[in-house]
Ligand binder design. Structure first.
Ligand code: ATP
Ligand code: MG
Length: 560
């Protein structure tokens, strides 16, 4: 269950809200999460979702979901569906659902209002000329020759832009602000362009589309958003945001605040680049378990609770937010440690034959599914004459301090007997293929007489074990910042050069019989091996498929 303590605390946005509430500048907090439906949500969006929805929780306010759908070329209903599913899966329900495209008529009317007030004009410069007239950081821009058109002419032209009289790109509507402004965003920004593109919701109703900054500010104001939170790259857009809400006839002035974007090492947080991974088939889809998308992480076995914990830990600030993958994995592990039932699995088996196994004498025991949660119940862990153990748990020539099995040595089988290896059978190449072991029948649930056996290994009864496919995942990239590597020529190298060729290995393995009863998305800890989940799509009880979510310990060395 979600509670207020699960969100980042003591950050500057909370301080601002506290002050606004105390001074009665706001009565009820309204935030929004405003994705553009041009891809699936990723881990960076999870941070923004937890922030916006979290504030609504903390202050007993509202958070809306708004699709910023003003770029019809790249947007689709598939993305809208996926985004809604991901937000809900993370544990959140929005108050209102909006689409910027629902405001197209309203936005058009505000544009007319701005023209009537002499604050907007139709420009005939093309994109290239607009760029040239804009000036640079050190040089003021130049006024467009069309800037002083009369209000009547502008109204007429804008209406004709809408009715489709002019070709794409031939005219724009611009705000008349200041071509000499130190802030380039205020140098008469374009707020409408002509573009004959089919829109996923408004179809072919419009041939003009409003620009992001204009749309975003007015959408916030229409929804009575009190605190409009976005990432730092929009800081320089804030004066334009304020200009727009102050210059239209709306009685509500939301305020924008910026926080730093999350960047995850060994990963990528850009929809455009993730889209490239999908379209060039480097991964199986947006929800490939190696993807940092919410749906990919879900399929990998990550939990909503773990992702919320991660978001809380990375915090909210204006300083750089580059986070190592180990922080994400740590949060996931922490949640799963407490919530995932245990079972045993053998990924790389070697056979064991119990030479003194005796049906009448050798007993099976049941074992708890979780060491600290008796309410998870127990299952029977059957013993039989032939077992599988992990090949790694036996060594003919063990290093000093070895606590696992070796010739002549003893180990305990988890939840069962102490066994001793009497003989290691090798094939013609010298590979050990079978271990003949004896059971000490006096060690079930008690310590062996007169000696210490330290090692405990996991194992399965060969007769009862279920064959399964296990997909072992590793990082998708071999570079910590795959999209920031420069070649000798100083140019960025394509990030796809740094894909990890070993990011997925599929193996056959053995698991406990319970695997044949599990629905998709069942999360388990395979003892001593890691956390695993039955695949959301490919798993069936008859043909189990597990994905490795994360190993039990961090096996990656952080960068020096
Ligand atoms: P991308 O570059 O991946 O397309 P975006 O910012 O263009 O990201 P939007 O769909 O516009 O994606 O984002 C919706 C919200 O999520 C915005 O408020 C945005 O600031 C926030 N957001 C996106 N990426 C991150 C990130 N890496 N960290 C924190 N917030 C993010
Ligand atoms: Mg965007």
């Amino acid at each position: 269950m979600i509670n207020k303590d699960q969100f980042a605390d003591n950050h500057f946005i909370r301080n601002i809200i506290d002050e606004d509430l105390a001074a009665q500048r706001a009565v009820r907090i309204i935030t929004r999460f405003p994705p553009e439906p041009n891809g699936y949500l990723h881990i960076g969006h999870a941070k923004s979702i937890c922030l916006n929805f979290g504030l609504a929780y903390i202050y007993d306010g509202f958070c809306n979901l708004r699709f910023d759908d003003t770029n019809p070329e790249k947007e689709s209903d598939e993305y809208v569906r996926a985004i809604k599913e991901d937000v809900q899966w993370l544990g959140f329900q929005w108050h209102e659902e909006h689409f910027a495209s629902d405001y197209f008529e309203t936005l058009y009317q505000y544009a007319i209002e701005l023209i009537q007030a002499g604050k907007a004009y139709v420009d005939d410069l093309d994109a290239e000329e607009i760029r040239r007239y804009r000036g640079t950081l050190t040089e003021a821009g130049k006024n467009s020759p069309y800037r002083e058109r009369s209000i009547e002419e502008n109204l007429d032209l804008f209406q004709r832009m809408r009715s489709g009289e002019f070709p794409d790109g031939s005219k724009t509507l611009r705000l008349k602000i200041d071509m000499a402004s130190g802030n380039i965003n205020l140098r008469d920004p374009v707020i409408y362009r002509i573009r004959r593109v089919h829109h996923h919701r408004t179809a072919d109703d419009w041939v003009i589309y409003p620009m992001y900054d204009y749309t975003h500010a007015i959408s916030d104001a229409l929804e009575r958003v009190t605190h409009s939170l976005c990432t730092l790259e929009f800081e320089a857009h804030r004066p334009l945001y304020d200009w727009v809400v102050e210059n239209i006839s709306i009685d509500n002035h939301p305020h924008q605040y910026e926080f730093s974007r999350l960047e995850l090492l060994y990963s990528i947080t850009s929809k455009r680049k993730l889209n490239q991974l999908v379209s060039e088939n480097h991964v199986s889809g947006w929800d490939d378990p190696r993807m940092p998308t919410i749906s990919g992480m879900r399929r990998r076995g990550y939990t909503p609770e773990g992702l919320r914990l991660f978001s809380k830990r990375v915090g909210i600030s204006k300083s750089e937010n580059v986070v190592d993958m180990s922080v994400l994995e740590g949060a996931i592990r922490e949640d799963l440690e407490n919530t995932a039932p245990r079972m045993m699995a053998v990924l790389n088996p070697i056979k064991v034959e119990l030479i003194n196994y005796d049906e009448a004498l050798t007993q099976s025991r049941s074992a708890p599914y979780h060491p600290n949660h008796p309410e998870f119940g127990e299952r029977e862990v059957p013993v039989s004459k032939n077992l599988y153990i992990e090949a790694d748990d036996f060594s003919l020539d063990p290093p000093a301090g070895w606590q696992r099995l070796t010739l002549g040595g003893e180990v305990r089988l988890r939840y069962s007997y102490v066994i001793k290896c009497e003989e290691a059978v090798q094939d013609s190449s010298g590979r050990v293929v079978l271990l003949k072991c004896s059971i000490d029948h006096d060690t079930l649930g008690k310590k062996p007489e007169g000696r210490k056996v330290k090692g405990v290994i996991h194992w399965l009864s060969a007769k009862h074990a279920v064959r399964t496919t296990v997909r072992l995942y590793d990082r998708l990239f071999t570079e910590s910042r795959p999209d920031a590597v420069r070649g000798a020529d100083g140019q960025y190298r394509p990030f796809t050069e740094f894909l990890n060729p070993n990011s997925m290995t599929e193996i056959n393995a053995w698991v406990e019989p319970v695997a044949n009863t599990l629905p998709p998305e069942s999360r388990y800890q395979f003892e001593r091996l890691g956390y695993f989940v039955t695949d959301r799509y490919d798993h069936s009880a008859e043909k189990p498929i597990f994905n490795r979510t994360v190993t039990l310990r961090d096996t990656w060395l952080p960068e020096k």
